[in-house]
Write a protein that binds this ligand. Structure first.
Ligand SMILES: [Zn+2]
Length: 335
C-alpha cells in the first residue's frame, strides 16, 4: 500500500498517559518495516478553506488560537499543544491525499492509507471532542466531491461511533455514512434509528452491537447490511475510517475482532468497492494497543499485497442477529 505519513503528526503531544500517543504511529512504522511493498508519501497540508466546508470557520479560528496560545485541555480527554494545529492540518492533508490518490486510480498494491493523527471522526461541525479536532475523513470526502466524485461512502469500523462524521453529513445525501460500533462506549450516539434526515434519509447506517461482538458478527454486518446498502447507494469513492480498537486485545473496548478479522474486513471492502466501481482509500482513526494496532494495520497492507485472510468459523451471535433484524426493518439489509 501507499501510506500517507508526516513526521509533524508526531509533534501532537498528548502527554505521558494518554492512549492517543505518537507511539501509535511509531509502532505502525516499525511493524511495516518488516513488510515489502510499503511506500510512504508526504502529502501537503490541507487547505483551511476546504476544512471550513465541513467545520464552522469560528470553531476553526478558535482551535487555531487555542494552539497558538500553547494549547491545553480542550475537554477532559481532548488535549492540544502548540504543534497540534500543524499536526491537524497535516493529518487532514493526508486524508485528502488518500481520497485524491484513490480517485486518480491508485488501487491494488498502490491503495492509499492515510496515517495521520490527531484522529478525526469524533470532531463535529463546530467542536473538537474525543481526541479529534479536524474531521479528517469528512474533509477527504468533501475534497472528493469538489473533485469529480458525485457520491462518497464512508465506512467507519472504529469501535466508537463516528458521531462527528454522522453529524457533518446527516442532512447531506452526497455522503453515505455507515458505522459498526460498541453499545455503551463513548460518545453514546449511533443508534440504529439514526438514518439521516430530509433528502439524506436512508444515507446513515448504524450497526450498534453489544460488547463482545466478534469477527463473524462484523462480517455479517458487512455482508447482510452495509454492503447491500452501499451497493445501492453506488458511490464513486469508498473511504474507510479505519480504527483498530475493536480488536480483541485492544485495552479500551470489549469487542473481539481478531487480527485476521481486519484482513477479512479489508477483503470485503475491496470487493465492495469493486462491485460499485468505486475507488477505495483508508484513513486512520483509533486503535490503542500498540502491538494489536500495528499487527492489524499490517494485515490490511498484506491483503493488498496478495494475502488471502482466513474466514472465521463462528456463527453470528444472537445479539448481533437482533441488531441486523432491526436494521432490516429500517430498510437496510438483505432480509
Ligand atoms: Zn475509536
Amino acid at each position: 500500500m501507499n501510506f500517507g505519513y508526516r513526521e509533524v503528526c508526531l509533534d501532537h503531544d498528548t502527554g505521558p498517559r494518554h492512549p492517543e500517543s505518537p507511539d501509535r504511529l511509531r509502532a505502525i512504522r516499525r511493524a511495516l518495516k518488516e513488510h515489502h511493498g510499503v511506500e510512504y508519501v508526504a502529502a501537503s497540508d490541507v487547505d483551511v478553506d476546504l476544512v471550513t466546508e465541513v467545520h464552522g470557520a469560528d470553531y476553526i479560528d478558535e482551535f487555531r488560537a487555542f494552539c497558538e496560545e500553547g494549547g491545553g485541555n480542550w475537554d477532559a480527554d481532548t488535549v492540544a499543544v502548540e504543534a497540534t494545529w500543524d499536526a491537524a492540518l497535516a493529518a487532514a492533508g493526508l486524508a485528502v491525499w488518500a481520497a485524491e490518490s484513490a480517485l486518480a486510480g491508485d488501487d491494488g498494491r498502490d491503495t492509499p492509507f492515510a496515517l495521520g493523527r490527531p484522529p478525526g471522526h469524533h470532531a463535529v461541525g463546530d467542536d473538537a471532542m474525543g481526541f479529534c479536532f479536524i474531521n479528517n475523513v469528512a474533509v477527504a470526502a468533501q475534497a472528493a466531491l469538489e473533485a469529480d466524485a458525485e457520491r462518497v461512502a464512508v465506512f467507519d469500523w472504529d469501535v466508537h461511533h463516528g458521531n462527528g462524521t454522522q453529524d457533518i453529513f446527516y442532512d447531506r445525501s452526497d455522503v453515505f455514512y455507515a458505522s459498526i460500533h460498541e453499545d455503551g462506549l463513548y460518545p453514546g450516539t449511533g443508534d440504529v434509528d439514526e438514518t439521516g434526515t430530509g433528502d439524506a434519509e436512508g444515507t446513515n447506517l448504524n450497526v450498534k452491537y453489544k460488547p463482545g461482538a466478534d469477527t463473524a458478527d462484523y462480517l455479517a454486518a458487512i455482508d447482510e447490511c452495509l454492503a447491500p446498502a452501499i451497493r445501492d447507494y453506488d458511490p464513486d469513492l469508498l473511504l474507510i475510517s479505519a480504527g483498530f480498537d475493536a480488536h480483541e486485545h485492544d485495552p479500551i473496548s470489549r469487542m473481539r475482532v481478531s487480527t485476521e478479522g481486519y484482513g477479512a474486513m479489508t477483503d470485503r471492502v475491496r470487493t465492495l468497492a469493486d462491485a460499485c466501481g468505486a475507488d477505495l482509500g483508508f484513513v486512520l482513526e483509533g486503535g490503542y494497543g500498540l502491538d494489536t494496532l500495528a499487527d492489524s494495520l499490517t494485515t490490511v497492507h498484506e491483503v493488498f499485497d496478495g494475502y488471502q485472510p482466513m474466514e472465521p468459523d463462528d456463527e453470528v451471535s444472537d445479539d448481533a442477529r437482533d441488531v441486523l433484524d432491526r436494521l432490516a426493518d429500517q430498510g437496510f439489509g438483505s432480509k
